[in-house]
Design a protein around this ligand. Structure first.
Ligand code: SAM
Length: 253
Protein backbone atom coordinates (compact mmCIF):
# COMPACT_ATOMS: atom_id res chain seq x y z
CA UNK A 1 0.00 0.00 0.00
CA UNK A 2 1.21 3.48 -0.82
CA UNK A 3 1.01 6.49 1.52
CA UNK A 4 1.67 10.03 0.28
CA UNK A 5 2.09 12.49 3.14
CA UNK A 6 1.96 16.22 2.48
CA UNK A 7 3.56 18.31 5.22
CA UNK A 8 5.66 21.38 5.91
CA UNK A 9 7.88 19.29 8.20
CA UNK A 10 8.77 15.96 6.54
CA UNK A 11 11.80 15.56 8.84
CA UNK A 12 9.45 15.12 11.82
CA UNK A 13 8.05 11.92 10.28
CA UNK A 14 11.28 10.24 9.20
CA UNK A 15 12.59 8.81 12.50
CA UNK A 16 9.34 7.02 13.25
CA UNK A 17 9.17 5.59 9.74
CA UNK A 18 12.74 4.31 10.07
CA UNK A 19 11.97 2.26 13.16
CA UNK A 20 10.72 -1.24 13.90
CA UNK A 21 7.54 -2.53 12.22
CA UNK A 22 7.10 0.33 9.74
CA UNK A 23 10.72 0.22 8.65
CA UNK A 24 10.49 -3.55 8.09
CA UNK A 25 7.22 -3.14 6.20
CA UNK A 26 8.91 -0.69 3.82
CA UNK A 27 12.00 -2.84 3.40
CA UNK A 28 9.78 -5.80 2.50
CA UNK A 29 7.80 -3.71 0.01
CA UNK A 30 4.54 -4.04 1.93
CA UNK A 31 4.14 -0.29 2.32
CA UNK A 32 5.64 2.62 0.43
CA UNK A 33 5.76 6.01 2.13
CA UNK A 34 6.37 9.19 0.11
CA UNK A 35 6.93 12.40 2.03
CA UNK A 36 6.23 15.64 0.16
CA UNK A 37 7.25 19.05 1.43
CA UNK A 38 4.39 21.43 0.62
CA UNK A 39 6.92 24.29 0.57
CA UNK A 40 8.53 22.78 -2.55
CA UNK A 41 5.31 23.55 -4.43
CA UNK A 42 5.13 27.26 -3.50
CA UNK A 43 6.00 29.25 -6.62
CA UNK A 44 6.84 32.69 -5.21
CA UNK A 45 10.41 33.82 -4.50
CA UNK A 46 10.18 33.21 -0.73
CA UNK A 47 8.24 29.95 -1.02
CA UNK A 48 5.48 31.24 1.23
CA UNK A 49 2.98 28.65 2.36
CA UNK A 50 0.89 30.62 4.88
CA UNK A 51 -0.79 33.98 5.14
CA UNK A 52 -2.93 36.07 7.48
CA UNK A 53 -6.59 35.09 7.87
CA UNK A 54 -9.19 37.12 5.98
CA UNK A 55 -11.37 38.87 8.54
CA UNK A 56 -8.48 39.33 10.96
CA UNK A 57 -7.63 37.42 14.10
CA UNK A 58 -4.45 35.80 15.32
CA UNK A 59 -2.37 33.08 13.71
CA UNK A 60 -1.66 32.16 10.14
CA UNK A 61 -3.54 30.02 7.65
CA UNK A 62 -1.94 27.59 5.18
CA UNK A 63 -2.47 28.86 1.63
CA UNK A 64 -4.42 26.72 -0.83
CA UNK A 65 -2.17 27.00 -3.94
CA UNK A 66 0.89 25.04 -2.70
CA UNK A 67 -1.33 22.30 -1.22
CA UNK A 68 -3.37 21.86 -4.43
CA UNK A 69 -0.17 21.98 -6.50
CA UNK A 70 1.55 19.38 -4.31
CA UNK A 71 -1.33 16.92 -4.21
CA UNK A 72 -2.32 17.28 -7.87
CA UNK A 73 1.22 17.05 -9.22
CA UNK A 74 1.82 13.82 -7.29
CA UNK A 75 -1.62 12.22 -7.53
CA UNK A 76 -3.29 13.85 -10.51
CA UNK A 77 -6.40 15.97 -10.77
CA UNK A 78 -8.69 14.74 -9.37
CA UNK A 79 -6.37 12.64 -7.18
CA UNK A 80 -6.45 8.90 -7.81
CA UNK A 81 -6.83 7.94 -4.15
CA UNK A 82 -8.60 9.12 -0.98
CA UNK A 83 -7.19 12.41 0.27
CA UNK A 84 -7.41 12.62 4.04
CA UNK A 85 -7.02 15.84 5.96
CA UNK A 86 -5.87 15.49 9.55
CA UNK A 87 -7.89 17.93 11.62
CA UNK A 88 -9.37 18.06 15.13
CA UNK A 89 -12.68 18.80 13.37
CA UNK A 90 -12.78 15.44 11.55
CA UNK A 91 -14.56 12.23 12.53
CA UNK A 92 -12.67 10.49 15.29
CA UNK A 93 -10.28 7.86 13.93
CA UNK A 94 -10.77 4.30 15.17
CA UNK A 95 -10.19 0.60 14.47
CA UNK A 96 -12.96 0.37 11.84
CA UNK A 97 -11.74 3.41 9.90
CA UNK A 98 -8.19 2.03 9.91
CA UNK A 99 -9.46 -1.32 8.62
CA UNK A 100 -11.48 0.44 5.93
CA UNK A 101 -8.51 2.39 4.57
CA UNK A 102 -6.33 -0.74 4.60
CA UNK A 103 -8.48 -1.99 1.68
CA UNK A 104 -7.20 0.82 -0.61
CA UNK A 105 -4.01 0.53 -2.65
CA UNK A 106 -3.08 4.13 -1.75
CA UNK A 107 -4.09 7.04 0.47
CA UNK A 108 -2.86 10.61 0.80
CA UNK A 109 -2.59 12.42 4.12
CA UNK A 110 -2.45 16.21 4.45
CA UNK A 111 -0.93 17.65 7.63
CA UNK A 112 -2.06 21.10 8.72
CA UNK A 113 -0.07 23.59 10.79
CA UNK A 114 -0.70 27.01 12.37
CA UNK A 115 -4.41 27.89 12.63
CA UNK A 116 -5.17 25.28 9.98
CA UNK A 117 -5.61 25.30 6.22
CA UNK A 118 -7.65 27.41 3.81
CA UNK A 119 -11.21 26.06 3.77
CA UNK A 120 -11.14 25.56 -0.04
CA UNK A 121 -8.69 22.68 0.42
CA UNK A 122 -11.22 20.97 2.65
CA UNK A 123 -14.10 21.73 0.26
CA UNK A 124 -12.51 20.85 -3.09
CA UNK A 125 -9.52 18.54 -2.58
CA UNK A 126 -10.08 16.50 0.52
CA UNK A 127 -12.27 13.38 0.53
CA UNK A 128 -12.24 12.66 4.28
CA UNK A 129 -11.27 14.43 7.50
CA UNK A 130 -9.89 12.51 10.48
CA UNK A 131 -9.18 13.58 14.04
CA UNK A 132 -7.14 11.47 16.45
CA UNK A 133 -9.00 12.78 19.48
CA UNK A 134 -10.62 15.72 21.18
CA UNK A 135 -7.54 17.84 21.80
CA UNK A 136 -5.50 20.17 19.61
CA UNK A 137 -1.94 19.39 18.52
CA UNK A 138 0.47 21.81 16.85
CA UNK A 139 0.42 19.95 13.54
CA UNK A 140 -0.98 17.04 11.58
CA UNK A 141 2.30 15.09 11.47
CA UNK A 142 1.69 12.97 14.58
CA UNK A 143 -1.92 12.28 13.54
CA UNK A 144 -0.69 11.24 10.07
CA UNK A 145 1.74 8.77 11.67
CA UNK A 146 -1.05 7.47 13.88
CA UNK A 147 -3.25 6.80 10.85
CA UNK A 148 -0.42 5.30 8.78
CA UNK A 149 0.66 3.01 11.62
CA UNK A 150 -2.85 1.78 12.47
CA UNK A 151 -3.75 1.19 8.80
CA UNK A 152 -0.47 -0.63 8.09
CA UNK A 153 -1.10 -3.15 10.88
CA UNK A 154 -4.06 -4.47 8.86
CA UNK A 155 -1.95 -5.22 5.79
CA UNK A 156 -0.99 -8.86 5.29
CA UNK A 157 2.59 -9.55 6.40
CA UNK A 158 3.19 -6.27 8.24
CA UNK A 159 2.94 -7.84 11.69
CA UNK A 160 5.42 -10.58 12.53
CA UNK A 161 2.67 -12.54 14.30
CA UNK A 162 -0.63 -12.09 12.42
CA UNK A 163 -2.41 -14.10 15.17
CA UNK A 164 -1.42 -11.38 17.66
CA UNK A 165 -3.48 -8.79 15.79
CA UNK A 166 -6.63 -10.90 16.16
CA UNK A 167 -6.43 -10.50 19.94
CA UNK A 168 -5.48 -6.81 19.89
CA UNK A 169 -7.88 -4.47 21.63
CA UNK A 170 -10.92 -3.66 19.43
CA UNK A 171 -10.24 -6.50 16.95
CA UNK A 172 -12.83 -8.73 18.61
CA UNK A 173 -14.87 -5.76 19.78
CA UNK A 174 -13.27 -6.05 23.24
CA UNK A 175 -10.21 -4.66 24.99
CA UNK A 176 -7.38 -7.16 25.13
CA UNK A 177 -6.61 -9.32 28.20
CA UNK A 178 -3.55 -8.48 30.40
CA UNK A 179 -0.07 -9.69 29.43
CA UNK A 180 2.73 -11.07 31.60
CA UNK A 181 6.26 -12.21 30.82
CA UNK A 182 9.19 -13.61 32.86
CA UNK A 183 9.94 -13.54 35.76
CA UNK A 184 7.03 -15.52 37.22
CA UNK A 185 7.42 -13.49 40.42
CA UNK A 186 8.63 -9.88 40.60
CA UNK A 187 8.83 -8.02 43.93
CA UNK A 188 6.43 -10.55 45.35
CA UNK A 189 3.85 -9.97 42.55
CA UNK A 190 3.02 -13.29 40.93
CA UNK A 191 1.89 -14.06 37.41
CA UNK A 192 -1.63 -15.59 37.55
CA UNK A 193 -1.25 -19.32 38.12
CA UNK A 194 -3.41 -20.26 35.12
CA UNK A 195 -0.87 -18.78 32.68
CA UNK A 196 1.82 -21.15 34.00
CA UNK A 197 -0.47 -24.19 33.89
CA UNK A 198 0.14 -25.17 30.26
CA UNK A 199 -3.60 -25.87 30.01
CA UNK A 200 -4.45 -24.07 26.76
CA UNK A 201 -8.22 -24.34 27.14
CA UNK A 202 -8.10 -22.84 30.65
CA UNK A 203 -5.74 -20.08 29.46
CA UNK A 204 -8.04 -19.23 26.54
CA UNK A 205 -11.07 -19.05 28.86
CA UNK A 206 -9.17 -16.93 31.41
CA UNK A 207 -8.06 -14.52 28.67
CA UNK A 208 -11.57 -14.24 27.31
CA UNK A 209 -12.96 -13.50 30.78
CA UNK A 210 -10.23 -10.94 31.46
CA UNK A 211 -11.02 -9.23 28.15
CA UNK A 212 -14.71 -9.17 29.08
CA UNK A 213 -13.96 -7.90 32.59
CA UNK A 214 -11.67 -5.11 31.33
CA UNK A 215 -14.11 -4.02 28.68
CA UNK A 216 -16.99 -4.06 31.18
CA UNK A 217 -14.95 -1.97 33.64
CA UNK A 218 -13.33 0.46 31.21
CA UNK A 219 -15.36 0.59 27.99
CA UNK A 220 -18.85 -0.83 28.61
CA UNK A 221 -19.99 0.93 25.42
CA UNK A 222 -17.98 -1.62 23.39
CA UNK A 223 -19.95 -4.55 24.82
CA UNK A 224 -23.10 -3.38 23.07
CA UNK A 225 -21.52 -4.04 19.66
CA UNK A 226 -19.23 -7.00 20.53
CA UNK A 227 -19.86 -10.49 19.22
CA UNK A 228 -20.61 -12.37 22.47
CA UNK A 229 -21.25 -16.08 23.04
CA UNK A 230 -23.78 -17.49 25.54
CA UNK A 231 -20.82 -18.22 27.83
CA UNK A 232 -19.65 -14.59 27.57
CA UNK A 233 -23.14 -13.31 28.36
CA UNK A 234 -23.37 -15.60 31.39
CA UNK A 235 -20.00 -14.33 32.64
CA UNK A 236 -21.10 -10.71 32.25
CA UNK A 237 -24.32 -11.52 34.09
CA UNK A 238 -22.26 -12.92 36.98
CA UNK A 239 -20.20 -9.69 37.04
CA UNK A 240 -23.35 -7.59 37.18
CA UNK A 241 -24.82 -9.71 39.99
CA UNK A 242 -21.58 -9.44 41.96
CA UNK A 243 -21.55 -5.69 41.49
CA UNK A 244 -25.17 -5.36 42.61
CA UNK A 245 -24.47 -7.47 45.73
CA UNK A 246 -21.40 -5.39 46.63
CA UNK A 247 -23.47 -2.23 46.27
CA UNK A 248 -26.23 -3.64 48.50
CA UNK A 249 -23.64 -4.62 51.14
CA UNK A 250 -22.16 -1.12 51.04
CA UNK A 251 -25.60 0.49 51.36
CA UNK A 252 -26.30 -1.64 54.45
CA UNK A 253 -23.12 -0.51 56.23
N1 SAM B 1 -7.41 26.02 14.61
C1 SAM B 1 -7.64 24.61 14.40
C2 SAM B 1 -8.97 24.22 15.02
O1 SAM B 1 -9.33 24.79 16.04
O2 SAM B 1 -9.63 23.29 14.51
C3 SAM B 1 -6.52 23.77 14.97
C4 SAM B 1 -5.24 23.91 14.21
S1 SAM B 1 -3.96 22.91 14.86
C5 SAM B 1 -3.10 24.03 15.88
C6 SAM B 1 -2.87 22.72 13.50
C7 SAM B 1 -3.01 21.42 12.73
O3 SAM B 1 -2.73 20.32 13.57
C8 SAM B 1 -4.37 21.12 12.17
O4 SAM B 1 -4.56 21.79 10.94
C9 SAM B 1 -4.34 19.62 11.99
O5 SAM B 1 -3.72 19.24 10.79
C10 SAM B 1 -3.45 19.18 13.14
N2 SAM B 1 -4.20 18.67 14.31
C11 SAM B 1 -4.26 19.24 15.54
N3 SAM B 1 -4.98 18.51 16.38
C12 SAM B 1 -5.40 17.42 15.69
C13 SAM B 1 -6.19 16.29 16.03
N4 SAM B 1 -6.72 16.14 17.23
N5 SAM B 1 -6.41 15.37 15.06
C14 SAM B 1 -5.90 15.52 13.82
N6 SAM B 1 -5.16 16.59 13.45
C15 SAM B 1 -4.90 17.52 14.36
Amino acid sequence: MRFDIFTLFPEVLKPYLQTSILQRAQQRGLIEVHLHNIRDYATDKHRITDDEPYGGGGGMVMKPEPIFAAVESVLGSPPVCPVILLTPQGRVFNHQIAQHYATYPAVALICGRYEGIDERVREHLVTDELSIGDYVLSGGELPALVVLDAVSRFLPGVLGDPEGALDDSFASGLLEYPHYTRPAEFRGWKVPEVLLSGDHARIARWRREQALLRTWQRRPDLLERANLSQEDLAFLERLRTMEARTKEDQDEV
